[in-house]
Structure formats: structure tokens, C-alpha cells
Ligand binder design. Structure first.
Ligand SMILES: [Zn+2]
Length: 251
């Protein structure tokens, strides 16, 4: 299903471009069944409903040429009949640049943020020194998330951001405001950093989890039960119009 969501302004600014639900792409593909099962298992582990994962294609210019896109992921939510529906946004370049295990690591990190915003009753200004490292810890606590894939995900995303920053330095103007004097590689660190710990610190965390699993001889058990159907309730409601309650948290 293709969805052109009518997002509220801040979300539309951050996530312009055509949106596609991951479950419509992956859920229909038997080869992606393991991914969907792991995704549902992580949500269950976190005590949340599986969020709607939306892949956002780059926005296009007047001649339909794709504009440069920041490799990015964040969460949002819509209030529908008084119930929160969580959404994970992932840029198309991240989705295309990662394998399924790495994509699962990204989505698990974002689901870690979903747990955090649930705990704050969906305060869109979730902040604090540890929100990012806590989201990493949540993701890595899931046996479905491979710490090695988590590490390669970090490295690949940093490369993707660096490529885009070098090609389109102005894209990161909102981070620094003075592109001319700051090299792309430094901007990349700032853009990628945000509140995230340094990549080396995040890799260390994944290494610690790897060591812990090896010491415990943990093996990843595939979930036995069939994955519950991930619902696309958000798009149905949003497409019909009222999305004033759609909010995001930049995480
Ligand atoms: Zn985050």
C-alpha cells in the first residue's frame, strides 16, 4: 500500500516524500517472514503494540528528480479515538543501505524510544542524557537483535551520512548554520551525534553484549508462534483527514 500521509507541519518538514508501510512491503513477502516475526517479538518483549514502520522516500523536485535525503530515523504517533498509535519513520536510504538484521537493530532502537515516550505519556520533548544509550541498551537486550549487526548498522549509517554530507553540505545547515567553515566529516559527527553517544561508545556497548551472550552461550530462539498481523490503522485514519494530533519526537 502506498500512503501519502498528510502530516502535520514539523513532521512533513522532517519527513517529506512518499511514504510506504514496511509491513505492506515485507509482510507480503514470505522471505521476510523472519524479519516480521522478530519485529513482533521485540514489540511483545517491550510490552507495546508493533508500531507502524514507515519508509520515507526522498522528496522530489519539480522535474520529479529525488532531492538529497538525510539518512534518518525517528518516532511519531497519532492519537486515534484517544488511543496512541506509535510510528517509526525510517529514511529510504537507510532502509536500502542496511540488511534486514541491521534494519531490525534500527527499528529496535526506535522501539526503545517508543517505550520511553509511553512512559512520559507521549511527551514530544523527551530528553535527557541517557535516552539514546537507554534505547541502545533496550535494543541490545533483545535476543532477536544481533549485536554484530547492531555494530555494522552504526558504521554503515555513519558512512551514509558522511556521503550525503559531502555531496550536499547544505543539507546539514540546520545542524551547524555555517557550512562553509565546517568540513563535512565534522558535520557528519554533529549530525549523527545529536544526543547519541559517540559511535565508538555505542560499538563498545554492543561488544559488551556480545561478550555477555558468548559467556552465557545464549542462542537466538526463533519465535514459535505466528507473527501477529501488523496493522496499518494509522494510515487509514490519517488519509481520511484529521491528523492534527500526529506528533513526533526527534530521536
Ligand atoms: Zn535514538
Amino acid at each position: 500500500m502506498l500512503a501519502q500521509l498528510a502530516l502535520v507541519k514539523p513532521l512533513e518538514k522532517r519527513w517529506p516524500g512518499e511514504k510506504v508501510f514496511l509491513d505492506t512491503e515485507y509482510g507480503a513477502n514470505p522471505e521476510k517472514a523472519q524479519f516480521m516475526q522478530n519485529f513482533a517479538a521485540i514489540a511483545k518483549r517491550f510490552g507495546i503494540d508493533p508500531p507502524d514502520v514507515i519508509i520515507v522516500k526522498p522528496d522530489v523536485d519539480k522535474s520529479e528528480k529525488p532531492k538529497p535525503q538525510k539518512p534518518d530515523a525517528s518516532i511519531g504517533w497519532a492519537v486515534i479515538d484517544g488511543k496512541f498509535h506509535d510510528i517509526v519513520f525510517v529514511s529510504k536510504n537507510i532502509k536500502n543501505g542496511l540488511n534486514d538484521k541491521e534494519l531490525l537493530a534500527v527499528v529496535a532502537h526506535e522501539m526503545g524510544h517508543v517505550v520511553q515516550v509511553n512512559a512520559t505519556r507521549h511527551n514530544p520533548h523527551l530528553s535527557g542524557k541517557t535516552v539514546e544509550s537507554d534505547a541502545d541498551k533496550s535494543a541490545l537486550s533483545c535476543p532477536e537483535v544481533d549485536p554484530t549487526a547492531f555494530k555494522s548498522m552504526l558504521v554503515t549509517i555513519e558512512q551514509l551520512i558522511d556521503e550525503v554530507a559531502k555531496k550536499h553540505p547544505l543539507l546539514y545547515g540546520d545542524f551547524t548554520g555555517s557550512m562553509a567553515i565546517i568540513p563535512a566529516s565534522v558535520q557528519t559527527k554533529m549530525a549523527f551525534g545529536g544526543n547519541h553517544p559517540m559511535t565508538s561508545t555505542r560499538i563498545k556497548l554492543a561488544d559488551e553484549e556480545l561478550q555477555r551472550r558468548n559467556a552465557n552461550h545464549d542462542t537466538v530462539e526463533a519465535p514459535q508462534q505466528a507473527a501477529p498481523q501488523v496493522q496499518s490503522v494509522t494510515v487509514q485514519v490519517v488519509e481520511k483527514g484529521d491528523c492534527r494530533n500526529l506528533e513526533e519526537s526527534s530521536l
